[in-house]
Design a protein around this ligand. Structure first.
Ligand code: UD1
Length: 424
């Protein structure tokens, strides 16, 4: 197992290129199960989660090969298997996206029921309710969700709350459903829109993606396609947060500023100067201490829960007091305790963290608990005085492509080393 050793205190400076989006590529890969044939998915980041999704597709009978650094060729002609096993789903919850894709493609899916995870319970009841509405029989047996559909029929599905994965699963399941399907209170995240656009390129009839009501008219068949996924808005936001906390000055290339408008607005409130030009963002903190801001996580287009931990890190050395409220997941404040070990003044009351900005924090040995928490600890380590060791960084490898290389190019002192105290 690896850990990062960070010598803090360097201001980030320079250019960084943003990779393809993890949360867009996973549904895009799953969607290749809808119609047998040859696909090519581009702008793919090299991440553990992508490897896991490729393993799942291979296990189901597809063949996935890297054509070049960022393109995967997928042949789903031989897909016969419809079982996503426990061993893969426990590694990556997004395997649950196989549900909608297999139902659409094979009319049957058996997927290990995902358990809780570090950030919350994360049930899939809304996915299952939606599938039932489309005419599926749903049963839970021996830890697996067993879904079959003799016929898929269009339905009106109103989500009780906004779910990204649920919207994606139902989009995929509904493309072949006879008649009209309406998904109301749908997720509006850019990754949902990207999936809808890929499905439309395949011949699906979908309207309203990016709004709260998505309308799908069932079609008889689709055509495999080539698709380039969008850039990773959370990676972009993470670099901006790191720039703010280290009081640096960076340029993000290859990103979509509109996708992180809420994050840009917040960082602007902290005093960061941000200029967007096409697919480039220039950000500068001009050696200033960030001002404290309040944050509340909400579904897109509001402030994303996936940026909460990183902004909490930057608030630890801000001027003033910041209230950070998490409304999406029940247990997404684990990084607060680790940041406290670095000298941060954070009090968590319910789902709100009150952060009193201190002049500076100091390096410490800290442990990553989930993907975005790892990012927040790295950001804190970059700005802290002295040495920070972040262990359990397998979390970061799930979702950030070559993060230490990108940070080094921006002047950070960060090294990946073997963690002798942790097992392999
Ligand atoms: C996706 C993202 C994740 C992000 C999250 C919220 C991927 C691979 N992951 O996760 O990075 O943090 O959106 O933006 O795209 N819920 C239910 N019942 C359900 C489904 C969800 O109660 O059937 C709840 C969840 O427990 C959570 C909330 O709804 O509290 C939002 O979850 P959801 O949008 O479904 O998140 P994911 O799709 O799992």
């Amino acid at each position: 197992m690896d850990k990062f050793i960070i010598e803090g205190g360097e201001r980030l400076k320079g250019k960084v290129r943003i990779s393809g989006s993890k949360n867009a590529v996973l549904p895009a890969l799953a969607a290749t199960l809808l119609q047998r044939g040859k696909y090519s998915i581009g702008n793919v980041p090299r991440l553990m989660d992508v490897t896991t999704m490729m393993q799942l597709l291979d296990l189901l009978g597809a063949r996935c090969v890297w054509r070049d650094e960022h393109t995967i060729d997928i042949d789903t002609t031989g897909v016969e298997n419809h079982v996503a096993p426990y061993e893969l789903v426990k590694k990556m919850r997004a395997s649950v996206l196989a549900l909608g894709a297999l139902i659409g493609g094979l009319r049957k899916a058996t997927v290990s029921y995902p358990g809780g995870c570090a950030i919350g319970e994360r049930p899939i009841d809304l996915h299952l309710k939606g599938l039932s509405a489309l005419g599926c029989d749903v049963a839970i047996r021996e830890g697996y969700v067993d879904v079959t559909a003799k016929k898929l029929k269009g339905a009106r599905i109103v989500f009780d709350s906004v779910t990204v994965g649920g919207t994606e699963n139902l989009l995929m399941a509904a493309v072949f459903a006879k008649g009209e399907t309406l998904i109301e209170n749908a997720a509006r995240e850019p990754e949902v829109v990207d999936l809808a656009r890929m499905l439309k390129k395949m011949g699906a009839r979908i309207e309203g993606e990016g709004t709260a009501v998505i309308r799908i008219l069932g079609v008889g068949e689709l055509n495999p396609c080539a698709w380039d996924v969008i850039e990773d808005r959370i990676e972009a936001g993470t670099f901006l947060a790191a720039c703010g906390m280290t009081r640096g000055s960076i340029v993000l290339e290859n990103c979509v500023p509109e996708h992180i408008k809420a994050v840009i607005d917040k960082l602007t409130e902290t005093g960061m100067e941000i200029h967007c030009d096409g697919r480039t963002i220039k950000a500068s903190m001009s050696k200033r201490r960030p001002l404290a801001v309040d944050i509340r996580t909400v579904p897109y287009p509001g402030f994303p829960t996936d940026m909460q931990a990183q902004l909490m890190a930057s608030m630890t050395t801000s001027k003033g007091v910041s209230a950070i409220t998490e409304t999406i997941f029940e247990n997404r404040m684990m990084h607060a305790a680790e940041l406290r070990r670095m000298g941060a003044d954070i009090r968590v009351v319910g789902n709100t963290a009150i952060v009193h900005g201190v002049e500076s924090i100091s390096g410490a040995k800290v442990m990553a608990t989930d993907l975005r928490a790892s990012a927040s600890l790295i950001i804190a380590g970059l700005a802290a005085y002295g040495k920070t060791e972040v262990s359990r960084i397998y979390h970061i490898d799930r979702g950030y492509e070559r993060i230490e290389e990108k940070l080094k190019n921006l002047g950070a002192r960060i090294e990946r080393v073997k963690d002798e105290n942790m097992g392999a």
